[in-house]
Design a protein around this ligand. Structure first.
Ligand code: OFO
Length: 176
């Protein structure tokens, strides 16, 4: 059974994952309007993943006797300065999500709630991957600078990456 305090903190995390999904969805939509199909496919996929992170938390809270509350939709920004600005924002946002996950992990140890502690390890690993990927992309964009040709190839690479990720997910869904 979750303590009321942990239940409240996990619900805050549900809200944050929900906002991440909205935030990346807004970025995806903006990128699509800029003709950046690869960037937008990558961001639509990222937005879907954040929604799954939210769902995973809702189900866990409910299973442990709490109540996972569906958060209200907060309006994310509508336009963005550049692709580089988008990925810098993502990196900043992911770093703040990691900090929140770390607080949660701390709280589970203080309460000796080892089940929740164990559950959160998945989020700890996920954050390492997401931060690393965002950092890699920001570095690439720094190299590209204002080179339009470079941006074209970058967009194409992200499109390939998103198509591969979608194909892998489809393959996992197929019965063996
Ligand atoms: Fe939910 O993984 Fe990023 O924020």
């Amino acid at each position: 059974m979750l303590s009321p305090q942990l239940s409240k903190s996990l619900n805050k995390q549900i809200e944050l994952e929900g906002f991440s999904s909205q935030y990346y969805l807004a970025m995806a939509s903006w990128a699509e309007t800029q003709g950046l199909n690869g960037v937008s496919a990558f961001l639509y996929h990222h937005s879907d993943e954040e929604r799954l992170h939210m769902l995973k938390l809702i189900k866990f809270v409910n299973e442990r006797g709490g109540h996972g509350v569906v958060p209200t939709l907060k309006q994310p920004p509508v336009t963005f300065k550049s692709v580089k600005a988008v990925f810098e924002e993502i990196l900043k946002h992911e770093m703040s999500v990691t900090a929140e996950i770390n607080h949660l992990v701390d709280a589970t140890l203080k309460e000796k709630d080892y089940t929740t502690h164990n559950f959160l390890q998945w989020y700890v690993s996920e954050q390492i991957e997401e931060e690393a990927l965002a950092r890699q992309i920001v570095d690439k964009l720094k190299l590209i600078g204002s080179d339009k040709g470079g941006l074209y190839f970058f967009d194409r690479d992200l499109e390939t990456m998103s198509n591969e990720a979608a194909a892998n997910e489809q393959a996992k869904k197929k019965p063996q």
